[in-house]
Design a protein around this ligand. Structure first.
Ligand SMILES: Nc1ncnc2c1ncn2[C@@H]1O[C@H](COP(=O)(O)OP(=O)(O)OP(=O)(O)O)[C@@H](O)[C@H]1O
Ligand SMILES: N[C@@H](CCO)C(=O)O
Length: 294
C-alpha cells in the first residue's frame, strides 16, 4: 500500500479569512491507498465514528472520483473531525497526493490543491482551498482565485482543542455578510502585518496580525470559554490568539518553542475552568503531505 502523511492545518489566522493557512507539524492524518476496481474507505483513529465511509460523502472518496483513481483507502485520523484543524482537508490532501502517485497521474502539487478542494465541497458546500493548500504544500499559504502563494515560515504555535464540536457549515452561517470601511482598513493592516511576520519568522508581527474585527468575534461566541482561553494564552506569553479555522480549536502564536508548554497548560486550564475538557498540541508551522513509502 502507498502511504502518505498529511498534516493538520489552521486556516484564516484571524485577518485572512478564507485566504491564509498554515501546515502544522502535528497532528496529521495517515492515508494508505491500493488500486481497486471501485473505491472503498476504512476509517480509524480520532473521531473515526463521525467520518462517513461512503465514498461520495468522504473527502478522500470525492478526490478518488475526481482523479478517476478507484482505490481501497485506509484513513488513520490523527485530526479529529469538526476541530478547526482541517480534519476533512487532511484526508483530501493525503488522498490526492497518494492517488496521484499510485496512478502516476503526474499532476503538480498546485494542481492537486484544486483537486483536493473539490473534496472539501462535500463537507462545507464550497470548494475552498485554504486548508488543503497548506496540507499539500506546507508552510504558510495565501489562496486567492488567481493562485496560491507559499511562504516557507517557521514559528512555534499551540493549538488547543476543546471536547466540543463546531461544524464548518454552522460557523460559516454566523459570518457577517458585509463589513464597514473601518473594519476593512483594520483587516488589511492586520493581514499585511501578518504576511510581513511570516516572511521574517517574527512571532510579534504574526501575533499582532492575527487580530480580526469581523469573523473571529462572531465565531468566538460559538466556543464556550473562548475569551478566557485567549486571555490565559496571552498572559502566559502568546503574542496573539485566534480561532483556528471554523473552530472550536484555538490557535496561539508563541515567542519560542520553550514557551509552548506554559501557553498550552494555560489554555487547557482556562477551558477547564469554563467546564470544558480540552487537549493542546505544542506544534509549529511544518511541511506539506509526505509520501512515507509503499
Ligand atoms: N475524511 C474525512 N475526515 C474528516 N471528516 C470528514 C471526512 N470526510 C467527510 N468528513 C466530514 O467533515 C466534517 C468535518 O469537517 P469540518 O470542515 O466541519 O471540520 P474540520 O475539517 O475539522 O475543520 P476546519 O475546516 O474548520 O478546519 C464532519 O462532519 C465529517 O463527517
Ligand atoms: N476558511 C474556512 C476554513 C474552515 O474550513 C472557514 O473559516 O470557514
Amino acid at each position: 500500500m502507498l502511504t502518505v502523511r498529511a498534516p493538520a492545518t489552521s486556516a484564516n489566522l484571524g485577518s485572512g479569512f478564507d485566504v491564509f493557512g498554515v501546515a502544522l507539524t502535528r497532528p496529521a492524518d495517515v492515508v494508505r491507498v491500493e488500486r481497486a476496481s471501485e473505491t472503498t474507505i476504512e476509517v480509524t483513529g480520532a473521531g473515526a465514528e463521525f467520518v462517513p465511509t461512503e465514498p461520495a460523502e468522504n473527502t478522500a472518496g470525492v478526490v478518488a472520483r475526481e482523479l478517476d483513481a478507484p482505490a481501497h483507502i485506509e484513513i488513520d485520523k490523527g485530526v479529529r473531525p469538526s476541530s478547526g484543524l482541517g480534519s476533512s482537508a487532511s484526508s483530501a490532501a493525503g488522498a490526492a497526493v497518494a492517488l496521484n502517485e499510485l496512478y502516476d497521474r503526474g499532476l503538480s502539487r498546485e494542481e492537486l490543491v484544486w483537486l483536493a478542494a473539490e473534496g472539501e465541497a462535500v463537507v462545507s458546500g464550497e470548494a475552498h482551498a485554504d486548508n488543503v493548500a497548506p496540507s499539500i504544500l506546507g508552510g504558510f499559504t495565501i489562496v486567492t482565485d488567481e493562485g496560491i502563494t507559499r511562504i516557507d515560515a517557521d514559528l512555534p504555535v499551540v493549538v488547543c482543542l476543546p471536547e466540543t464540536v463546531v461544524s464548518t457549515r454552522e460557523a460559516r452561517g454566523v459570518v457577517p455578510e458585509s463589513v464597514e470601511m473601518d473594519q476593512m482598513v483594520e483587516t488589511v493592516g492586520n493581514a499585511s502585518t501578518l504576511v510581513a511576520g511570516m516572511c521574517r519568522d517574527d512571532p510579534e508581527l504574526v501575533g499582532r496580525g492575527l487580530t480580526d474585527p469581523v469573523v473571529t468575534p462572531a465565531r468566538a461566541d460559538l466556543i464556550e470559554g473562548y475569551d478566557a482561553v485567549a486571555d490565559a494564552a496571552r498572559e502566559a506569553g502568546a503574542t496573539g490568539v485566534t480561532v483556528s479555522g471554523a473552530g472550536p480549536g484555538v490557535l496561539a502564536v508563541c515567542r519560542d518553542c520553550d514557551q509552548r508548554r506554559a501557553v498550552a497548560s494555560a489554555m487547557v486550564g482556562a477551558f477547564g475552568e469554563a467546564g470544558v475538557d480540552a487537549q493542546a498540541y505544542q506544534t509549529g508551522i511544518g511541511r506539506g503531505a509526505e509520501i512515507l513509502g509503499e
